[in-house]
Design a binder for this molecule. Structure first.
Ligand code: VGL
Ligand code: ZN
Length: 239
């Protein structure tokens, strides 16, 4: 009888525990190189089981951040089907889903006409501020509006909102966070979540970056990981 014993990544060691070392198995074990695919599989996160205390936060998945919108994020539409799967998984387990949204007045301080750096976007109650139609938010989803007065700006869903209080009220301890954009509102929401003591799982397959400067999104992801966010993909969820 032989046991497969994972040793270093990249090899398996077969230990022969039945036979004493003899002429045909002098060393008792032999190292076999693994194909890269198998190594990659061994290195992925173990299954993550959704449980009570978990909540999903869909950050700013609004029309103005999608292709055709006034502040379109490159490939921003890719987060819609990706988040839709997470939303369905959370809804199926009756776990809470939160959706943050930029909800700016027409004269918001972040707009160029007011000296800000952005074109007008997500003006409250316009079609550009509506959630992407394909997102399929459940009726019970909690909507968190932010940066809703001329002088108030917040990239973070926690800034000037009751998000933290609502999460604590719901006994939430672990946040699954995806949406738009990686290098602005996702980054700042994740940082505030970590600072507030929540465990954070960043949904790598459900975020996209503005990338005003090349590499901004990648740098933001690195920063979130360094601060303690764990990066996962849908496939990492236990079925
Ligand atoms: C965002 C720029 C301006 C975002 C919001 O949701 O990431 N980016 N306002
Ligand atoms: Zn904004």
């Amino acid at each position: 009888m032989s046991l497969l014993v994972p040793r270093a990544a990249g090899s398996l060691t077969i230990v022969n525990i039945a036979a004493a070392p003899g002429p045909d198995n002098a060393l008792g074990s032999v190292r076999i190189p693994l194909p890269f695919a198998a190594v990659r599989h061994m290195n992925t996160s173990p299954s993550i089981r959704l449980q009570s205390g978990d909540a999903l936060i869909a950050v700013d998945v609004q029309n103005d951040f999608l292709p055709g919108g006034s502040l379109a994020v490159p490939e921003g539409d890719a987060v819609v089907p990706a988040l839709k799967r997470y939303i369905a998984a959370f809804a199926a387990r009756a776990l809470p889903v939160f959706a943050t949204r930029d909800w700016h007045p027409p004269n918001h301080c972040s707009f160029k006409a007011q000296g800000g750096i952005w074109p007008p976007h997500c003006v409250a109650a316009t079609s550009g501020a509506e959630f992407a139609s394909g997102l399929a938010l459940p009726p019970a989803a909690v909507i968190v509006s932010k940066a809703a007065t001329p002088e108030a700006d917040s990239y973070s869903g926690f800034g000037g909102t009751d998000l933290a209080a609502r999460l604590r009220l719901g006994r939430v301890t672990r946040l699954f966070i995806g949406g738009l954009a990686t290098d602005y509102c996702v980054l700042n929401t994740v940082k505030d979540a970590l600072a507030a003591g929540f465990e954070v799982l960043l949904l790598a397959d459900a975020i996209r970056a503005v990338d005003v400067n090349a590499g901004d999104g990648a740098r933001a992801q690195g920063e979130m990981q360094k601060l303690g966010a764990r990066t996962i993909r849908y496939e990492d969820l236990a079925s």
